[in-house]
Ligand binder design. Structure first.
Ligand SMILES: [Zn+2]
Length: 284
């Protein structure tokens, strides 16, 4: 039996039509190119997001299609480090919104954005919400960070060797994952442990939620002002072995989330305004 196609870019248009009719989830990896310290290439976020999505889709091809990734994101605060490519926040939101809307127009009712770059989180939340509004609530569109997937968080917390703050940008988590995927490109002899100088409420850690002794506030200063190397975390604790386990957990967490989204009902709106011409009004 021929294997089920899941890679959108390799599918013929009528296969895409059929995949949408089968109510498969459209999976969209989104990332950015930016510095990740003196030991990692600039494609870390792209590689991690796309590989987690590709491997999850390959395991459940009849439930999902893998859309072509959006590889440029929002990262103006990283421009002090060479290599960063950033897209204006409104261009970025509208670009992802248009990609999601194209998928919805072709019949996909469940769209899942998987993000690999922290500062894309807020714009992608809006892109997903705007897509739902554009289609008047008749489709579902969600976004998630790959490090926020349930099993990634659980396994990550159990396996990490660094304390709070060790698994942020270019730290133990991302470096381990990259070691599992493209080990020849990692220069571990240059890995460093750089931590945020900010008070607890403004520190970040990918695998933990807020700092236990701080409030969950958000503030993003220029990256070069808080990290001399670009790293935020403890890259020296990264290993390929941990990366392989983190990767497996993220893939399993993503499969779980895809299945949750497939089971999510698309509920009817309860419009209170009757059948008046203005019911199509929306404030976006
Ligand atoms: Zn990153």
């Amino acid at each position: 039996m021929a294997s089920v196609k899941y890679d959108y870019s390799e599918m013929i248009w009528n296969e895409i039509r059929d995949a949408a009719a089968q109510d498969r989830v459209a999976l969209l990896p989104v990332a950015t190119y930016e510095d990740h310290g003196p030991h990692l290439p600039v494609d870390v976020d792209v590689v991690l997001a796309t590989e987690i999505c590709r491997r999850a889709a390959a395991r459940i091809p009849e439930e999902v299609v893998l859309a072509p990734p959006v590889t440029h994101g929002y990262s103006p605060h990283h421009m002090d480090f060479h290599g960063t490519i950033t897209i204006r926040w409104d261009t970025f939101i509208n670009y992802v919104r248009d990609v999601c809307s194209s998928l919805a127009y072709h019949g996909f009712k469940r769209i899942l954005i998987i993000n690999g770059h922290g500062s894309n989180t807020s714009p992608l939340d809006l892109a997903a919400r705007l897509t739902v509004i554009d289609f008047e609530g008749k489709i579902l569109c969600a976004s998630a960070n790959h490090w926020g997937l349930r099993q990634a968080r659980e396994v990550g917390k159990a396996l990490r060797d660094s304390d709070y703050g060790g698994t942020s940008h270019g730290g133990e988590y991302e470096t381990s994952l990259y070691l599992a995927l493209k080990p020849d490109l990692v220069e571990m002899d240059k890995a460093v442990d750089n931590r945020s100088p900010l008070p607890n409420s403004f520190k970040t850690d990918l695998l933990a939620s807020g700092h236990p002794e701080g409030s969950d506030a958000r503030m993003v200063p220029y990256w070069s002002s808080i990290s001399p190397s670009g790293v935020m975390g403890d890259a020296t604790k990264a290993t390929k072995e941990k990366g392989e386990k983190f990767l497996e957990a993220a893939i399993n967490g993503l499969i779980e989330l895809i299945r949750e989204l497939r089971q999510t009902p698309i509920l009817e709106r309860r419009v209170q305004h009757g059948d008046i011409p203005d019911t199509k009004w929306k404030m976006t």
